[in-house]
Design a protein around this ligand. Structure first.
Ligand code: NAP
Length: 375
């Protein structure tokens, strides 16, 4: 079974874990399927997926409660990673969040405690000081960051005086490869594990030539498209994937990846054919729509006022954008409505879109991945 060292430590974790976003609800609590989720998480543990990623923000904390029930009786055998929400980055809020997570998880320790998103208003040194104290108190074992830039990771690493930064969690899939330019090389160089989130691009559907390649390779290896994608990501030894499955067949497929590999030549074919097409699009050619029912700023003024109190908000993030740091391109789709005006619709990246508009006063096209490019 593929096991990977966690950062520079002696701790080994499975190369495939279980994500939990949506398990117990997305943004608010949903306890309608608890029994089934607990059954699936336990089955995942039996199949070797003994790394679980959750967050205080998932399902308003209910995801952690479900994880707590699933690990009951086998706590020592499961590696639990959870996250502190960005609006809780100040010293005392980090401590309070960790304690609340421990209560919901019904455990005495968290294996990996991660910041969910950096909060530009709170110095990372302050957040790391709280995290280090949690390590000293035995409440968390290891420290990680999510959705950070290389500069932020470096700063966090520099201010940790006696524990290492072991993991960065970022979006990474065959369709979203921004980490390959800076973050992944940095992780490899500094012995930091990259936890690849949304490794299946949230279950994206494929068509055309790309699907043909997956069919051919699928027959050759007896692997599904999702299994090929996960294998592709695991080629780099610094990477660990955390797909979410709420369907037993998917879960079994993901677990089977622990025992399979694909040839380097086929790895290269997937790399080439699935190369994401990043284009620069004038910001006024993109219609800003609701994102999975989440509140969204419809105008520049709403974004500047941050009336939904998102952390980091568009104005906070615009400073980072203006300094030349961009975490990843936004995702858009070609407008299929009659008259196609504006030509694109925003799929993902509502805060990043407005941060870009603010940073460049609407005058510079924004890097975007077009999810349904017109052939
Ligand atoms: P994902 O794992 O890329 O995709 C999940 C989707 O893929 C679900 O619709 C799932 O369907 C489907 N799926 C799973 N296994 C499959 C298989 N073998 N074949 C076909 N479809 C399959 O997306 P994600 O949930 O966004 O990311 C995974 C985890 O990363 C999250 O759950 C969360 O723990 C973490 N995450 C972290 C952040 C962050 O900001 N740090 C952001 C996003 C995600 P079913 O559910 O029907 O099985």
């Amino acid at each position: 079974m593929k096991l990977r060292a966690l950062g520079p430590t002696d701790t080994k974790i499975p190369a495939v874990g279980q994500g939990t976003m949506g398990i117990g609800g997305y943004f608010t609590r949903d306890d309608s399927s608890d029994a089934e989720f607990i059954r699936l998480l336990k089955l995942g543990f039996d199949l070797g997926l003994r790394l679980i990623d959750t967050a205080e923000g998932y399902g308003g904390g209910h995801s952690e409660e479900i994880v707590g029930k699933a690990v009951h009786g086998i706590r020592e055998k499961v590696f639990i990673a959870t996250k502190c929400s960005s609006e809780h980055s100040a010293y005392d809020l980090v401590i309070r969040s960790a304690e609340a997570s421990l209560r919901r998880l019904k455990t005495d320790w968290i294996d990996l405690y991660q910041t969910h998103w950096p909060d530009p208003r709170v110095p990372i040194e302050e957040t790391m000081r709280a995290m280090e104290e949690l390590v000293e108190a035995g409440k968390i074992r290891y420290i990680g960051l999510s959705n950070c830039s290389v500069a932020e990771a470096r700063r966090a690493q520099d201010c940790l005086s006696h524990v290492p930064l072991v993991a960065l969690q970022h979006e990474y899939s065959v369709f979203e490869r921004t980490v390959e330019t800076q973050l992944l090389p940095w992780c490899s160089e500094h012995q930091v594990t990259l936890l690849a989130y949304s490794p299946l691009s949230r279950g994206k559907i494929l068509d055309g030539q790309r699907k043909n390649l997956l069919d051919v390779l699928g027959r050759k290896y007896d692997l599904s498209g999702a299994q090929l994608f996960l294998n592709w990501l695991l080629e780099n030894p610094s990477v660990v994937v955390i797909p979410k499955a709420s369907n037993e067949l998917h879960l079994r497929e993901n677990a089977a990846v622990l025992d399979r590999t694909i040839d380097p030549a086929d790895h290269r074919k997937i790399s080439e054919l699935f190369q994401p097409r990043i284009v620069s699009i004038p910001t006024d050619e993109i219609e800003v729509l609701e994102e999975n029912g989440r509140q969204i700023y419809k105008t520049l003024q709403e974004a500047i006022e941050n009336r939904f109190n998102i952390v980091p908000g568009p104005l906070d993030l615009s400073e980072q954008v203006a300094s030349g740091e961009i975490l990843k391109p936004i995702k858009v789709r070609v407008n299929s409505l009659p008259f196609k005006k504006p030509p694109y619709q925003l799929v993902e990246g509502r805060v990043r879109y407005w941060a870009w508009v603010i940073a460049y006063k609407g005058g510079v096209p924004i890097p975007a991945i077009v999810e349904n490019p017109e052939e």
